[in-house]
Design a protein around this ligand. Sequence first.
Ligand code: ADP
Length: 473
Amino acid sequence: MKVPLFFLFLMTGFFPMYILGKVTDQSFRQTQIDSRVMEVQNQCLIISNRMSRADYMSEDSRDATVDVELDTIADIFNGRIVVVNRNFKVIKDTFRLAEGRTHVAEEVIRCFQGESGSRLERDKHYFALAVPVYGNTEEKNIEGVLVATASTENLMGMAERVSEKAAFFQMMAFWLIVLSSAALVMILVRPFNSLQKVLNRVADGNLDQVISENAYKETRELSTAIRNTLTKLKTVDQSRDEFVSNVSHELKTPITSIRVLADSLMSMEEVPVELYREFMTDISDEIDRESKIIDDLLSLVKMDKSVAELNVVQLDINGLVQQILKRLRPIARKRNVELIFESIREVTADVDEVKLSLAINNLVENAIKYNVEDGWVRVTLDADHKFFYVKVSDSGIGIPEEFQEQVFERFYRVDKARSRETGGTGLGLAITRKVILMHHGAVRLVSKEGEGSTFIVRIPLSYIPGSRQQPAS
Ligand code: ADP
């Protein structure tokens, strides 16, 4: 950014000045020449009038005073005056070189035709102008032409000196612009530099940097964006730490139980076989629990990877729900919980069978686990033109309002003891929500403590890969 900015300032500062200098120089030279031509022309017109009055062109009456005047004027403008008669003969030359010779030049011919004018020879550094000399008669015939030539060399010399001075000032201005451009660039990019320094410290791992660069709107917005990103990063960092400590704790619990059971068995002498069997059964249960936690964790980690891993097929959702209920019926029967399936319409949708089955299974299993004796669980399946809805309601213990968002977090359990008792890992709802979000759906919970809970799942009938996930509600 620094280099382009520097050149931009340099160009905008220097180019107009350079072009202005060139134009001024040109017009200065032109003005100088024009005024010299005018001056000479005026002198020539005056003397031409004098010559007309004195009838200078008639051979017998050449006035010597006019000759003197011609010489004087030629001396004044440091040039040469030649007078040519109608036969193109030079009758007067202030340089005394061409008298008697023929002088047929373009401007002379033109002048005889009534067009007086001047001609500038830029390369040869002189100009020539022709002025008619009229006869002293009534008709005012052009009897001769007065050709004045004058050098422009001294004019050009003066212009050259002025140009040199201007070039010197331009050079000074150029360096001044270079310095001020560099200074301006430094001042302009300073806020970005300080932002970069802070970011370098962040990159070194110091996430607690104060990022607030308010010099420009851009740096202010950038600072805000970076601050938000850092806050998110810190949250991710924190939740990762929390997750790791939760995982360690959860995995340690069954191992601790196994250790206690094994230690107490070992410390006893003469242990009856029944006690052995009982302890070994407990140990086996703890191993099952450990294995379930690991399985759930693996499912979650796999789903964290990418949406592309969804194995989407067109599936009969009614069949899927019925299969899940069939699998869970024995557990429900154990607790004397009635399982009701209410299918409002036949639904076919694009879903990942294994993952969605896991998600709905978790909801129905929870509805049975956190139910009351002789309670009921109702699963309703409905659809509209865009989505299908799975509603899992139960007559269970319900979830207090303040925990309703948290139950979807990993390892969050309202009643730890009850969850443990029922073999819960605290990962079920986290898996369910993940699966639903992967299907670009949403899950909503309505519950009242002591009255029961209802989980409402909404999933699009057709799966469009890569489309935006809809926020869970
Ligand atoms: P768990 O393995 O403990 O069941 P989940 O993630 O499935 O873990 O559920 C998290 C917590 O949410 C449970 O421990 C329980 O306290 C609460 N919960 C889930 N479903 C229900 C429900 N239908 N009724 C009451 N509480 C529930």
